[in-house]
Design a protein around this ligand. Sequence first.
Ligand code: KIV
Length: 306
Amino acid sequence: MSITNFPGSANSSPLDPSITKVTIPALAEMKRQGKPISALTAYDYATSRLVDEAGIDMVLVGDSLAMVVMGQENTLAVTVDEMLHHTRAVRRAVRRALVVADMPFGSYHGTVAEGVANAVRFIKEAGAEAVKIEGPRVALVRALTDAEIPVAGHLGLTPQSVHRMGGYRVQARTADSVEQIKADAKALEEAGAGLLVIEGIPREVAATITAELTIPTIGIGAGPDCDGQILVFHDMVNLSFAPQAKFARRYADAAALFRKAIEDYREDVEHRAFPSDEESYHLPSAVKKELEAERAELKPVQLRKA
Ligand code: KIV
């Protein structure tokens, strides 16, 4: 098969030609057409399959996995190798959505060359289609773009800056900081970013940035006027064991569902109600009869011995 001529449409998924793959240009087209973009985080094969099969446009392997999957208190400790491991699992599951991998803290905070080398690993070793980096790192975004690596910028409340921000606080609340974030957003777009995540900023600021950029904005805690929305999967289904943020609407209570299933299973095991005979494998009847016959023949011998 020629790689420049997939069967089906120009954007056919290489893994399934009947599916039209979501790409960075496709997201830009959605913005042009005013079609909202849906995005979710995912970190493993099972949830990524569900997210992709539900038609979500973009899957972010977020470094939030440090907290919601690994139980750490913030996102700072997760490593490139851990992020690669999860990105590979997501990649195996996703057919349609754009797969974006988060570059973890420390992997792009040194030289631009180090940042590019780490980003290359996400594309080459894990199959990501774009990387996300936090903050107005314009030189790095330009270098990544030159290296053919699509970039998602991330401005506003950037969790990797938790110590500088003094906690997870809504950003861009003063006139100066509003001007700054607008300038940063424009600079990232000019440097080649393909989309911009904006987190934890006032709705009005997010609306202005969205109107001023040609690349799509994906909001989280940034109001309804962004081109798309993203939530952390575990927040959305109540699996994050954290106080609920104002913007994190819960669409399901997976904690309650799982807890009940686990408790029911434990009770069944303790009462020998699981597994049932129907849930057990059985010998073929011929073998069963043979064994019974052998046992019947052995019985008198055993009795004599006793
Ligand atoms: O890591 C993450 O989950 C994120 C989203 C909150 C955008 O960066």
